[in-house]
Design a protein around this ligand. Sequence first.
Ligand code: GLY
Length: 369
Amino acid sequence: MNFNVSLKRVVDDSYDIEIGYSLCDALVSDLSAGLCGSRKRLAVITDDTVEKLYAGEMMQKLADAGFAPELFVIPSGEKSKTRQMKEFLEDSMLEKGFRRDCAVIALGGGVVTDLAGFTAGTFGRGVPFVNYATTLLAAADASVGGKTAVDTPLATNLIGLFNQPKKVYIDIGTWKTLPKQQLSSGLAETIKHGCLGDKELFEYLEKNIEKVFDCDKDVCEYISQHNCEVKYKVVMQDEKESGLREVLNLGHTVGRAIETVSDYKLLHGQAVAIGLCAQARLGESLGFISQENVRRVEDLCERAQLPVRIPDYIDREKLLDKLYTDKKVRDGKLRFVFQKEIGEMMCFGENEYGKQITREQIAEILREM
Ligand code: GLY
């Protein structure tokens, strides 16, 4: 006997990204208008830094509007992005009586949005979630595009789901409370977007990058808008990363490996900056980018107060081995994506953006750095 379980479906996961200042009222009014259906039980997931700054106001406003919010707090930092922390959140939510009729609000930076989005994706087999991004890194990258995940001891982001939020709120006003190195970290993803798809953004950063540290309104709005545009245009074409979306991994092959080998002493963006410089140097040796443009990438990273050399404490052999945990590895072979000069990506065939690189090729570049 043979049965066919026909499950064809058309999915509409479209959502809005709202960029502005103090967007709590917007969130409450969207929820009241049915953003997450009629759900009243809301798990607000945040970290212990953001909790002190922004959770009180959000909890109060949600409660005043007739919702039943509960706060779940994790320690801040990449080391919280684990399966164990996901389990802690799940058990805490279950203990507080949360079931399938809840929704999740991720309030924080990339660690919170990645972890909360993944938790929402499996809690009760999936409940809706929204991202309220309070860092430049989350605004530039993590909160948009639906990649949710946890890290494992082997490498970052290996376990997760594509799970799109119902809406993303980018509250630029929260950047004023970010430590300088967190702003730098977010700028790495911003520079990445300039390198891979937005020459105008890159040139704008060359003129204005220092103003981000003063939270200059025009500059912060400009980069927020351009970051989102670069990112969502790629995601709309290739949500599940069957080809084009790999370009968003520019700088991440070396970056993610350094982040893990540093035991998270380097922030994500700091590691990505080194990775951006590594792919640019390797790209120069392969004829994809001029020496002058490599220098421009390095200069911009330095002006963003990001590292452009591999710290001495990183064991080079360990780093080389770690590169092979990258998601772009195919048949045990390393693949890199490369920028083409400034503002474009190299394409190596139809829907093929990765190029196979030998251990020796990248080892040589890493020795120089
Ligand atoms: N952060 C890379 C991506 O969203 O695809």
